[in-house]
Ligand binder design. Sequence first.
Ligand SMILES: Cc1cc2nc3c(=O)[nH]c(=O)nc-3n(C[C@H](O)[C@H](O)[C@H](O)COP(=O)(O)OP(=O)(O)OC[C@H]3O[C@@H](n4cnc5c(N)ncnc54)[C@H](O)[C@@H]3O)c2cc1C
Length: 385
Amino acid sequence: MENRQVIVVGGGLVGALTALLLAQKGEYIHLIENKDLISPLENSPFDLRVSAFSAQSKKLLELAGVWNLLPKNRLCAYQRLQTWEKGSEKLCFDSTEIGLDALGYIAENRWIQAVLWQSLKSCANVRFYEGREVRTLHNADSGVSVYLDNNQRIDAQLLIACDGAKSAVRGLLNIAITAWDYRQHCMLINIKTDAPEQNITWQEFRESGPCAFLPLADNNASLVWYHHPQKIKYLNSLSKVQLKKAIIEEFPVLPFAFSVQDNGSFPLTRRHAQRYYKGSCVLLGDAAHTIHPLAGQGVNLGFKDVQCLVELLENSSDLPIPVLLKRYEAKRKPANLLMQTTMDLFYKSSKCELDSLRLLRKGILHLAQNSGALKKQVMRYAMGL
Ligand SMILES: Cc1cc2nc3c(=O)[nH]c(=O)nc-3n(C[C@H](O)[C@H](O)[C@H](O)COP(=O)(O)OP(=O)(O)OC[C@H]3O[C@@H](n4cnc5c(N)ncnc54)[C@H](O)[C@@H]3O)c2cc1C
């Protein structure tokens, strides 16, 4: 790779991984993050924002050398996954069916971000602009210049926007998005159980939206409850004791005693940028696409964007940046659209808007459960393999 000057805007999971992988390949990185990062503590309560990382995402984090930096007491591997429609047959996946130790891993977003930043801080070729934002941007095929909110100027050959769903860079570039709000909100509830660490994640589809269980390290877990926005608002207004009662009465049965530790809710919006690059600037992760989180694929798609761009920069360094970015868009846009559309199909069918869609989903689940080859294929796809 050439030793290019690269601006990365946004130091979340996608931006921090991009910055680290490129820095390790010798690029000179300017990392602009508008928040001050607070390092999490190993004994602090679990944060609500957790993600399921696929085997492929784990590989990328290993490649960046950060996977082993994650404290063991903040990481949970799951070997089994079950999904079913309320009252119907269960579709069960087991990592042993494809000869792997785990189907995926659940960790807090803030811990993944923290180990990425820890490694970034030891790179001599990374310059940090923390608590800063891009105010103006001059973009051309030959390069890009930005002015920060303190009037500091940075020039680079490439700018990578990883500043999340409401990307300010996307706005400065005048890249339009196609977007709509799902008629569902999502409630995240962290619980402590009286059972040992679980190795299973599951999701029940209901007319009002899915209900999911994600195991966390030790005797912790995350419940994900999708419902109409008014219902989620109501659930969020309850005390922890009242919320526990609602979970016992309305959520799928949990086979252990538990206490509610923390809860919060999120609106859900689908967004897709109409283009992924302009001149010498490119969008990655949530800045380019957000999807319904029912299959936990958001950050995994973002990591695939990272892998694709880093490989293109490494393997085609003789090409002009705009040509390379065009190839990135051609690879990632259709793949992200396919995943968004698949999630929308599951969302629409679970909302029971069309009986035919619900039947289709049931049919797919039944077929997948009874066809060994298809099931393994689905498992490999979900794991990013
Ligand atoms: C309820 C819920 C559950 C989810 N569960 C899963 C899951 O199980 N698995 C999964 O794969 N995905 C999941 N996702 C999706 C996943 O969280 C996101 O796809 C992922 O966090 C996106 O990472 P990102 O780095 O692209 O964006 P972000 O995480 O939003 O990071 C953006 C970064 O840019 C910074 N920033 C923002 N604006 C500026 C600016 N103007 N200037 C400088 N910096 C800026 C922010 O401070 C932040 O650090 C879930 C999403 C939701 C809402």
